[in-house]
Design a binder for this molecule. Structure first.
Ligand code: KIV
Ligand code: ZN
Length: 505
């Protein structure tokens, strides 16, 4: 922990919008770049590499928009050692440039057809040019891990003399190993300017190498959200932040509880799904099934979770199947705020196992339905649908009228919406208003069978106060399936609220 403790706060340069966007098939528009940049800024990242200004007109538009967004973070553009590149970056009003020069002989000779001396000359010339134009300069060595390290040091020293504010060491093809990172950064961090570490994950070591570099004296980590980037990707922001916070007990200044939300945003906007077992943000990172683990979790969640899911803005998920035991079912029910007696628990476990034996993974909604059935056998629904009429077409505003029975009293209401389903749900919400204030948070439809007469399954997430539940409806008519799901959700929320009230008394 020596280097980290000595250097104080570690800084982050996030390159999701530049190196992350270089992931094959990814192209972010201005609105998307702005939304991600705002998320990074809110998270507390110090430098945002918003793109490379010379790429295209659209890219310049996006970088300008990020620069103009009034963020706290320093906004940076990637540039090559060309005055034209620096000029385009200046046009975008950035604060800094990530000035990249190749430093391995392989890159200098094969790619650039230059020689070592002229690369240093160019690096110095463009550093001075950028500094003369008021920019912060981070002078970066591309393919530094395969470069002659004495040559690299001389290039960095020449850059510092020319006014470079920071240096960066790029492990461009991910061939660094932690022991070498420790040795290299121990030396380079004494050259006279703060140095950043930029790693790729070709051998799955980007996070380990980044941590080793930081421990040896690197001042800043280059990262991307979800570790996206070319080939196997870049160092992942969430992995480095949580390693520092949880394993090295270092306050990074990053708002860890917002990590998951930003991860989802980046995944959605880039169209890049997350690996199910991706550390910190993958679907399974806080999901448990095996009965024995769940038993331990119930005693103390630390038994099988290195950090609390809430630390990164997530929730624990208990997946039930045929391996489910009493402990896992009870913990899953507890997550939904459902308390059961021993006898009720046994009945629920039996039904879960029956489904598991049929090869079915028991979803949250399935479990809640089973629990409802076991807990409220004989219980009448509080809200019952009596009549539903929907009018829709291309020349009318979709309108629905419903007659429901609420706690034994008839209520008639109408609602309009963007479509017939929306109109029906609005009519129901109006009919129960004053008695139950429910919100529809998510709505999802699956066709179970094919064809126009397909059976559709509707899943809704409904909330009342701070309780959320999932409910399901299935019918050949999508409006009926939706209404069924919504009513099931309302009934369940009302019942849980009633149980809470009775328990408090
Ligand atoms: O990995 C790398 O070498 C880079 C540079 C171009 C900065 O991303
Ligand atoms: Zn890179």
């Amino acid at each position: 922990m020596r280097g980290i403790a000595l250097l104080g706060r570690i800084r982050f340069l996030d390159t999701t919008l530049r190196d992350g966007e270089q992931t094959p098939g990814v192209s972010l528009g201005t609105d998307e770049k702005l939304a991600i940049a705002r998320g990074l800024d809110a998270l507390g990242v110090q430098v945002i590499e918003a793109g490379s200004a010379m790429t295209s007109v659209g890219e310049r538009q996006s970088i300008k928009a990020v620069s103009a967004a009034g963020l706290n973070a320093e906004i940076c553009s990637y540039v090559r050692a060309l005055t034209a590149d620096v000029d385009t970056a200046l046009d975008c009003d950035v604060d800094s440039v990530h000035l990249v020069v190749p430093v391995s002989d392989l890159h200098i000779e094969c790619k650039l057809k230059m020689d070592r001396k002229s690369v240093i000359r160019k690096a110095v010339e463009i550093t001075e040019y950028a500094k003369d134009h008021g920019l912060i300069v981070e002078l970066s060595g591309e393919d530094a891990s395969r470069a002659d390290q004495d040559y690299l040091a001389s290039l960095y020293l020449a850059g510092i003399d020319a006014g470079a504010d920071r240096l960066a060491f790029c492990d461009t093809v991910g061939v660094l190993v932690p022991e070498v990172a420790t040795e290299v950064f121990g030396r380079l961090s004494r050259l006279g300017a703060p140095i950043s570490v930029h790693c790729h994950n070709d051998f799955g070591m980007a996070t380990a190498n980044t941590i080793a570099a930081l421990r040896a004296g690197a001042a800043m980590a280059h990262v991307t959200v979800n570790g996206i980037g070319e080939r196997a990707g870049n160092t992942s922001l969430e992995e480095v932040v949580m390693t520092l916070e949880s394993l090295y007990k270092i306050d990074t200044g990053i708002k860890c509880q917002d990590i998951y939300q930003l991860s989802r945003l980046v995944s959605r906007m880039t169209g890049l799904p997350l690996g199910i077992n991706k550390a910190i943000v993958g679907e399974n990172a806080f999901t448990h099934e095996a009965g024995i683990h769940v038993h331990g979790l119930m005693a103390d969640t630390k038994t099988y979770e290195p950090i609390h899911p809430e630390t990164v803005g997530r929730k624990r998920r208990i997946v039930l199947g045929k391996h489910a035991g009493k402990a896992s079912v009870e913990l899953a029910l507890r997550e939904f705020g459902i308390g059961v007696s021993d006898a009720q628990l046994s009945q629920i476990v039996t039904r879960v196992k029956e489904l598991g034996d049929k090869g079915k993974r028991v979803s949250d909604a399935d479990l809640q339905t089973i629990a409802d059935t076991v807990l409220s056998i004989q219980k009448e629904p509080k809200v019952k649908l009596q009549e539903l009429t929907v009018v829709a077409g291309n020349t009318v505003t979709p309108t629905a009228s419903v007659k429901i029975q609420l706690n034994g009293t008839d209520r008639l209401e109408a609602g309009v919406g963007v479509g017939p389903v929306d109109a029906a749900i609005n009519a129901i919400r109006r009919a129960i208003s004053g008695v139950a204030d429910v919100r529809l948070e998510e709505y999802h439809v699956d066709a179970i069978t094919g064809g126009t007469n397909a059976l559709v399954e509707v899943w809704v997430t409904m909330a009342m106060a701070d309780r959320k539940i999932t409910a399901r409806g299935a019918d050949a008519d999508i409006i009926i399936a939706s209404v069924e799901a919504v009513l099931e959700g309302i009934n369940r929320l009302m019942r849980l609220e009633e149980e809470d009230r009775l328990n408090v008394k």
